[in-house]
Design a protein around this ligand. Structure first.
Ligand SMILES: NC(=O)c1ccc[n+]([C@@H]2O[C@H](COP(=O)([O-])OP(=O)(O)OC[C@H]3O[C@@H](n4cnc5c(N)ncnc54)[C@H](OP(=O)(O)O)[C@@H]3O)[C@@H](O)[C@H]2O)c1
Length: 275
């Protein structure tokens, strides 16, 4: 699989997401995802499934070094001592002595950004975390994080799909060598039934879901996350590296973006968005 190089991180361009995936589903579907070839797994403290993700990876027969594993520190754990303890707890649950990428899950917090970025750097220096990053950050907070951090910021994970224009924050990240990971690429079910995406897919023998995933990974410095608990969709979502969208098709998909298309916007966690 293609990888994205970002400030030292080498991130597989397609990752398997585990949001809203209870332990039973993780135990059932993640082994199949790994068997199919997924080598990038995305979890978070708040998903409450780190232990099952850790079990599956440990029992997969795949070398730990061959899997890119991301977790995210939840906002309740942002104060320095809690932060460090929470990372140790995550590593214990994940049954590993390091994660490949550790993100601050959401920006809004009473804990100063300097303290949070400092804690990210501390666990990075200690070797518990290979790369550090942020999630749901806007341009201003991304720029501030870059200034505050000794270790380079490798990634900003954000909502991104054909209906949501994220040019500003992606460009700002790119300027600093920071990659962007796209979540919610199915746009809450809107993508699979989209006529434009279905028409483009038909020309390639692909589904609308595959077109959206392909559209993401065909952009420089973009990583796509895909979540499914449905076995039949696993292969569909993985098979996006054997076709190419034309520049006209890429433009047509970008053209689907319109204001008011943001889906994930929790007021107590979200920053002031750039668009
Ligand atoms: N940083 C953050 O704040 C944040 C926020 C949200 C998500 N994430 C991460 O990003 C990952 C992806 O986001 P997501 O899980 O919300 O969304 P997603 O990948 O857009 O998938 C959402 C839903 O679409 C369905 N789906 C998947 N593939 C499909 C296909 N080929 N055809 C039709 N439907 C399909 C799935 O249903 P079934 O499971 O029933 O198949 C899934 O529940 C998450 O799992 C998580 O790791 C991060």
């Amino acid at each position: 699989m293609q990888t994205i190089n970002a400030n030292g991180a080498n991130i597989p361009a397609l990752g398997f997401g585990t949001f809203r995936m209870p332990d039973e589903d993780v135990h059932r579907i993640l082994p199949q995802a790994l068997a199919l070839g997924f080598r990038h797994v995305d979890t978070a403290q708040i998903y409450k499934n780190e232990a099952s993700v850790g079990d599956v990876i440990a029992n997969s027969g795949i070398a730990r070094g061959d899997i890119f594993l991301t977790t995210k520190v939840w906002v309740d754990e942002y104060k320095h001592d809690k932060f460090i303890a929470s990372v140790d707890e995550s590593l214990k649950k994940l049954k590993t002595d390091y994660v490949d990428l550790l993100l601050l899950h959401w920006p809004k917090s009473d804990v100063p950004l300097a303290e949070r970025i400092g804690a990210l750097n501390e666990v990075h220096k200690a070797g518990k975390v290979r790369n550090i990053g942020i999630s749901n950050f806007n341009v201003a907070l991304l720029e501030e994080s870059v200034k505050l951090s000794d270790a380079p910021i490798a990634n900003n994970q954000i909502e991104y799909h054909p209906y949501l224009d994220q040019k500003k924050v992606i460009e700002a990240a790119r300027k600093h060598g920071i990659s962007t990971t796209a979540y919610f690429l199915m746009a809450d079910g809107k993508v699979p039934s989209d006529p434009v995406l279905n028409d483009i897919g038909a020309k390639h023998g692909k589904t609308a879901a595959q077109v959206a995933l392909r559209w993401a990974v065909q952009q420089p410095d973009i990583i796509a996350l895909s979540k499914t608990a449905t076995e039949s969709r696993l292969k569909e979502n993985f098979d996006i590296f054997d076709f190419e969208l034309s520049s006209g098709e890429m433009t047509a998909i970008h053209g689907l973006a319109k204001s008011g298309s943001r889906i994930v916007n929790p007021g107590h966690l979200a920053p002031e968005w750039d668009n």
